[in-house]
Structures are given as C-alpha cells and as structure tokens.
Design a protein around this ligand. Structure first.
Ligand SMILES: *Cc1c(COP(=O)(O)O)cnc(C)c1O
Length: 418
C-alpha cells in the first residue's frame, strides 16, 4: 500500500494487503459490470445525439427546455424503458416516491408492499409515521404489507393479495434492515404472479441504491415504474440534488401531472444550465462511482471480518447493496470508528462527530459525513444509533483509494480504544 501520506501499523498494513488479494476476483467482477454500464451510457448519449447546446438550461416556465427533455430520454434508454422524468424539483428520493404513489393511487385503492416495512422516510408518506397531515391514509388509500420470508418474497401471498390491489410496491435495496436485497429474478417472479392474479395492477419498484449495481435495471424485469434519488448512484456524486421516475410512458406522464400540475405535466420546470450539465456529467460518471462504492463496501466487509467484527452482508454476498452494517462491542469503539471516517473525509475532516439526540430515535445518534453534497450517501458516510449492539451503518465512497484508506484509519482508531 502507498504510505506516503497516511501511515498505519505494520500489522494493519499486512491485513490490508491480504484483504486486497482476497477480494481481487470480486473487485474484477464489479469492474466488469461497471464497464458494461459505462458503455451503455455512452451508447445512450450517442443515440440521443447529446450536444453542448443541451447544457444551456432555461428560466421561468422552462417551456421547450431541450436539455431537460433530452436528459430524460437518455435516462429512459439507459434504464431500458419508454420514458423518464429527471428533475431537480424532486427534493429527495422520498419526494419522488411520494409523487409516484400519489400519481397512481386514488381514494379506495390499495397499495400492496411485498418487501415488509418500507424505508423509514416512506412511513410518513403512507400514513404509518404518526401524525403527518396529507399522507396516503389521509386520502383514504389503504396500505397492506407482506413480510418477506427467509427464502425471499412470499410469492403465494402476493398472488392472493394482488387481486384487490392497485399497485404492487417492491423496495429493491435492503436499506437498513437485515433482509436480503431483491434480485432481478425476484422482481420478475413477483411481477408475474401479481399480473396473473390481477392484470390491472401496476408494478412499482423503489430503486434507490440499485442503479448500475447490475447490468440491467428492474424496468427490464417486470417493473413498470422505478424511482430513485440523484444524490445516490445515478447522480455520480456530481448531481447537486434531484430524483427520477422512469418506466411506462403513460405512468411517467401521470407522475409529471402530479409533480407540476394536471394539464401542464412535464412541459414545465426550468433547470439552470450549470445544474443541467452536472446532471449529464453525474450520469456519465455514475457507473464508475457506483463501482467505487461497491468496492469500498467489499473491502470494508472483508477487512472488518478479519479484525474480528461482524459485518453484514458478508463480502462474498453478491448483494449489490452499498450499505454495510458493522457491529462493534462497545460505544467507545463505535465512536472511535465514526471519528476515523470523519477525519479522513475530503470535506470537514477537521470536525469531530459526537453522539447527539435525533428526532425519531430513542437514543443519541453519531454521524460521520464529510461529503461534497449534503446528506449524499453515495459519498463515504457512517452513522450509528448509540445503543446495543452498537451497530454502525457505513455506505458509499466516491473513490476506492480514498475511501478504503478512511476505512483502514477508522479500523485502526477503533482497535486503539481497547
Ligand atoms: C435513500 C432511500 C430512499 C429515499 O431517501 P431520500 O433520503 O429521501 O432520498 C428510499 N428508499 C430507499 C431504499 C433508500 O435507500
């Protein structure tokens, strides 16, 4: 390893070198996927004749913003689907998911989620999060949930409950839960079962963290609408904000009517030129950045296991999830690890994270994040609720060399607390 700027104990350097050897075949697989996706994006840019003039941007209503519409066409081709809505007016992934759900569901309809409890921020949208005005529940939309089995999706139960549902909702990433990540064949089996039981049902997939992890996307495996955040994988660490919705043309158009106004839809919404260029550039870099985050996760899982910690999923699991749960045995180790990540971040390295109360948690939470974009989880970050079994959730990494050095430093800091 290169120790010109950052030094480690000899033992730790040795473990580092062994880990890099051990995971080399796995990293090569990640590189192959990256190459495939990079060429897919290049092909889409060429087929769509992307030009410098598309980065000009617009003001006001944004009528006829060719760069905005072209970007949507580039995304649609990359995702192998008919249409897309790619906008910085989506405040977050949650907002994009919320727009899609309100666009598709009407009072009396049922949303059927087959991946157990959805990601935390969706609970308020659905009406499971206590008193939030304007949730789906407030509008008389029913929500039903099917728990996942240890073997994966409960296909029999999906067939049974799909008959009375308007949408089948699947969350691809495990998020912060301990279940497995959905594979494309799982999505296909669920979509087929639901469509057989009810041809009118719509298959919706929360694709957050899933983009460019494999060579194809859920829209090529039965999903009719996918939704994600631009400050995760598809923004390549460059998009400053935003989200996307992609899939069947009629469904995307319904979402556009909801995002702006019925009757106006995707025709309006200006994007400044600076930002538009960043969205194109971010997408262009997205496969490489996603690969760096996956390589960082693989390295961290293997290294921390060697150091005697429990890191899940294991590095050999081909999950495609960029989140790693690391269980330390003491609060001191947890804090030391998070401080180590912070101190080797490119931004705010001089800050020291401390546990503090957070709304929604029954205990203090410590967060390490030295990112270029606020809250970006494609950049290396780590957070942990301060309670037994002292599990830290680490994700992202724009750059493998920098991110794995930060992980090694954090590990060293943690070991020194003994
Ligand atoms: C990140 C994420 C979301 C959306 O979160 P935002 O922070 O609002 O962008 C939704 N679902 C999953 C699985 C996610 O990882």
């Amino acid at each position: 390893m290169d120790t010109a700027f950052f030094k480690f104990s000899e033992e730790l350097q040795k473990v580092n070198d062994e880990v890099l050897c051990e995971i080399a075949p796995h990293l090569a697989k990640i590189e192959k996927t990256k190459e495939h996706n990079q060429l897919k994006i290049l092909h889409s840019f060429i087929q769509n004749r992307v030009a410098l003039t598309h980065f000009a941007g617009s003001t006001g209503y944004g009528y006829g913003d060719a760069g905005r519409d072209k970007l949507a066409a580039v995304f649609a081709r990359v995702f192998g689907c008919e249409d897309a809505l790619v906008r910085t007016s989506f405040a977050s992934g949650t907002h994009a998911l919320c727009v899609a759900l309100f666009a598709l569901l009407r009072p009396g309809d049922t949303m059927l989620c087959a991946t157990g409890r959805p990601y935390d921020t969706l609970l308020g949208v659905i009406g499971l999060g206590g008193k939030t005005g304007g949730s789906l529940a407030d509008f008389g939309i029913e929500y039903r949930e099917i728990q996942m089995l240890s073997s994966g999706l409960d296909i029999d139960e999906i067939s049974r409950q799909a008959q009375n549902a308007k949408i089948l909702y699947l969350q691809r990433s495990r998020g912060y839960s301990s279940r497995g990540t959905l594979r494309h064949e799982d999505i296909k089996a669920a979509a087929d079962a639901a469509k057989t039981a009810n041809p009118n049902i719509t298959i919706v997939v929360d694709n957050c963290y899933g983009e460019f992890v494999h060579k194809t996307e859920p829209t090529q495996h039965g999903a009719e609408l996918i939704i994600g955040s631009l400050i995760k994988n598809p923004g390549g660490g460059i998009a400053p904000t935003g989200g996307y919705i992609a899939g069947k043309k009629n469904l995307v158009e319904l979402c556009a009517q909801r995002l702006t106004a019925p009757g106006v839809g995707s025709e309006v919404g200006s994007v400044s030129g600076d930002v538009l260029r960043e969205l194109y550039l971010g997408l262009y870099f997205a496969p490489a950045v996603t690969a760096e985050a996956l390589k960082t996760a693989t390295y961290a899982r293997c290294l921390l296991t060697h150091l005697g910690l429990n890191a899940t999923p294991t590095w050999r699991d081909d999950t495609g999830d960029i989140i790693t749960a690391i269980t330390m045995d003491s609060p001191e180790k947890l804090v030391a690890f998070c401080k180590g990540i912070q101190n080797l971040s490119p931004v705010d390295s001089h800050l020291t994270p401390e546990p503090a109360p957070m709304p929604g948690y029954g205990c203090d939470v410590i967060m390490a994040s030295g990112s270029f974009t606020q809250g970006s989880s494609i950049e290396l970050s780590c957070d942990a609720p301060m309670r037994a079994p002292y599990t830290a959730y680490m994700q992202g990494g724009l750059n493998f060399a920098a991110a794995r050095t930060a992980v090694l430093h954090a590990a060293e800091r943690m070991l020194q607390t003994d």
